[in-house]
Design a protein around this ligand. Structure first.
Ligand code: HSE
Length: 315
């Protein structure tokens, strides 16, 4: 009899959301990737197939974001079997759209279906963080948590507290513009100053509080007033050529805010509805074209309500 193969889908995510460095993130709809997992009987090994289109991604299970968490899972839960993983990568590496988290989460959600005692959501988050750490050198869950939970989430820095979902206006749309660049999160974290001036801290605190309240109350004016990153964006914007001009084009077209998605190079902008999102995207693309910034892709997406899920099981 053929082995059972379980395939899970995990959505792309936008981390930081401008004002919530390492503590805010949301899931996108229509963009994500899958992991197909099967059991390796009588072996505690983890094996990952070479990833199509990405020969540079390590297939050493301890160095791959999809498998590092599985290695830990087998050891800590003392499983009697191992896993074979096949990834289908749809999110370019180093794009700022949570591609390392999707790999880690999708493989864990699929692997979980083989366990007698299922992992809790907080265990899935914790094991997925082991994968994220391989990619970014830090255990921040602002991609992982929305990838698992869906929606816009506030992610506590203390992993014993579960992520907190934040209501968002149903018409809210996210515009994504992905330049033809690659940024390594590890490096983009190393350039950040370790201290923030008090006056900046006060401003950013207001912006975070205002943004969350604006979302909860569907108050677009408050979202637009608050969605300004005065801490991280000024330190990273130089990583994307003409970022400021593209951001200005988005704002002039009516965006509620525009910043780097995660550590970039993708930019995200919020729009109050689909029509406005289309206009904002048009103007952002025009600015990118004007400055001869090549693009890899663009998307318009609502905030996805649903996080990662099992797509299919087959033999
Ligand atoms: N919060 C992270 C960062 C997200 O900006 O470094 C990118 O993985």
């Amino acid at each position: 009899m053929k082995n059972k193969i379980v395939t899970a889908f995990a959505p792309a995510t936008v981390a930081n959301v401008g004002v919530g460095f390492d503590i805010l993130g949301f899931a996108l709809s229509g963009l994500g990737e899958t992991a197909s997992v099967e059991k390796i009987e009588n072996s505690k090994q983890v094996h990952i197939n070479p990833i199509k289109g990405y020969p540079e991604i390590s297939i050493d299970p301890l160095k791959n974001t999809a498998t590092a968490g599985l290695v830990r899972l087998i050891r800590e839960k003392n499983l009697a079997f191992g896993f074979k993983v096949k990834l289908k990568k749809e999110i370019p590496v180093g794009s700022g759209l949570g591609g390392s988290s999707t790999s880690a989460v999708a493989s864990l959600i699929a692997a979980n279906s083989f366990l007698k005692v299922k992992l809790t959501r907080s265990e899935i988050l914790d094991y997925a963080l082991t994968g994220e750490e391989v990619a970014s050198g830090a255990r921040h869950a602002d991609n992982i948590a929305p990838c698992i939970e869906g929606g816009l989430v506030l992610v506590p820095t203390n992993s014993t507290i579960p992520p907190i979902g934040i209501k968002t206006p149903p018409s809210l749309r996210c515009v994504i513009l992905l330049p033809e660049l690659s940024i390594h999160t590890k490096e983009a974290r190393q350039i950040l100053a370790s201290a923030v001036p008090l006056s900046t801290m006060i401003q950013q605190t207001f912006n975070l509080a205002g943004f969350i309240l604006g979302c909860q109350n569907a108050d677009f004016d408050l979202i637009r007033l608050s969605l300004k990153d005065v801490v991280i964006e000024p330190q990273r914007s130089h990583l994307v050529p003409h970022f400021l001009q593209i951001q200005a084009a988005a704002m002039a077209a009516g965006a509620l805010g525009c910043s780097l998605s995660g550590s970039g190079p993708a930019l995200f902008a919020f729009a109050r509805n689909q029509k406005s999102a289309e206009e904002i995207l048009k103007k952002m693309k025009k600015a990118a074209l004007h400055f001869e910034l090549p693009l890899r892709g663009t998307w318009i997406s609502p905030i996805a309500k649903k996080g990662a899920f099992i797509l299919r099981e087959k033999r």
